[in-house]
Ligand binder design. Sequence first.
Ligand code: FAD
Length: 544
Amino acid sequence: MDSTFDYIIVGAGPAGSVVASRLAEDPTSRVLLVEAGKPARGLSVTMPAALSLAYQRRDIQWGYESGPEPHLDGRTIDEKTGKVVGGSSAINAMIFNRGNPMDYDGWAALGLPGWSYAHCLPYFKQMETFEEGADDWRGGEGPMLIGRCRAEHKLFDVFLRSGEQAGIEVAADHNGYRQEGLHIAQAFIHNGLRWNAARGYLRPALERPNLQLLASVFVEKVLVEDGRAVGVAVRDRTGRRVLRCEREVILCAGAFNSPKLLMLSGIGDADQLRGHGIDVVAHVPAIGRNLENHPGVDVQFATRHEDSLTSQIGLVGRGLLGARWLLTRKGLGASNLFEAGAFLRTRDDVAFPNMQYEFLPLTRQLRGGKLVPVPGFQFWMDLSRPESRGTVTLRSADPAQAPAIVFNHLADPRDIRDLIAGVRLAREIARQAPWNPYRGEEISPGKDAVTDADLTEYLKRRTGTSYHPLGTCRMGPGDDAVTDDQGRVKAIAGLRVVDASIMPKNVTGNLNGPILMLAEKVGDRIRGRQPLTPSKADYYRATD
Ligand SMILES: Cc1cc2nc3c(=O)[nH]c(=O)nc-3n(C[C@H](O)[C@H](O)[C@H](O)COP(=O)(O)OP(=O)(O)OC[C@H]3O[C@@H](n4cnc5c(N)ncnc54)[C@H](O)[C@@H]3O)c2cc1C
């Protein structure tokens, strides 16, 4: 292996996979990708319906927790994060959403004019091949293969009809012209296989001789000499060593680990670093602040077992669906189960949807410390653009120690207000006539939770995570932003962050798609390409 590289990329998650593959397209660039996890193998990370098994695999996760959360009764929350080639896209729920066009226009308004939706849309298209074909909004030649869910279980149809009866429209393509409304979901699933970023981008890119992947190698810090990043210090089974590069170190380690690595390298809040005995290289207090996420809760109703998806996933059912999937890559095994959803506004004074619903034709409940499927149906509803902000900080100077993560969910009363409205809207949908033959008791919050005070209590007890951390090294023009509009760390030359950390603000939807777009856009520029021409495609506004 070459001992010197042009680029060292840390982390083979979605962002790292994209950046590595784009940089390696230039045959004169020597690119090294370093990943702490091992390659993703096994049924749990290939068969979409086995996602709950992937969620439980500790050997491919960092095992992080957030908390104690001061506004959630001091609870800790399990923060699943992939430590595996493919990153969290190898263990996630595969749902594909882009966010709302107005999210990106909001980024532009924060002083990032090159990140308006018109500027981002060409990269969303470059990233994907949508199985229903390309048009002004959708791509037809990209590495990520995106399919439409089959949504064959009868309760998906009941969900859509009841939403319509409540006055909500069905969006034909919620990742196209119009996001708002009900939808049949789209997913990173192709030919029955989980289509993670390593499969889409990395596998073909690794055919190139100028890209090397070092898996199961843990980066402990970035080396900075005379104000410039020159390499990384790593550790693996054989011990510690240094890897050097001539152009850039690019951190794609995710919204928890990229700020952690910067701080371990002496870049962060000077007082905090000194407190851990770390030599200060640059005082950048904004690193690790501005942590965002999508907080959410379940609204659950009972049904008869025969009406719920639980009737198909008992011991025999699981065996049958597994066998069918192994033989044909079809059937329920090829589904991520989250096959319908909605983007809705809970109040009229919000310009675009502020709540995302993911509908499941079963409920999941804690029994004996484990989440198990129970007959019923549920809405997982999360707040798309919460106001509360959290932090990622170091616990010590030991690279092996997990960072301290506090989301501060529900710190801002506006978040409580909106989540309560979201619960009431879910109940409203569940009250509609199409549910009459199926709807049993409300399991949670439960029929006794009526007042704002009752529902606030419920939120404190049950608010959880959609696993979408972002914003800890955010892009922007001011001193409170860590990176510039191309992810360059302002304080240090030759050092960039390209992952969920640099998102300046949350988006209305799951993060994998937006991160792939972001990495395409920055990756192209690092490669020296001209920006793609902004799109002229229009998008839906509630006032239309
Ligand atoms: C359980 C779960 C469900 C989700 N469901 C969905 C969904 O359905 N749809 C969706 O769009 N999004 C979903 N997400 C979110 C999405 O997967 C993430 O937002 C996305 O993967 C983040 O990409 P990233 O490149 O920023 O970071 P990551 O995916 O976290 O990748 C970072 C990589 O860097 C590596 N790394 C970190 N530190 C080091 C180090 N020190 N040395 C070497 N390597 C290192 C990690 O091992 C990892 O491989 C889900 C996430 C989770 C965890």
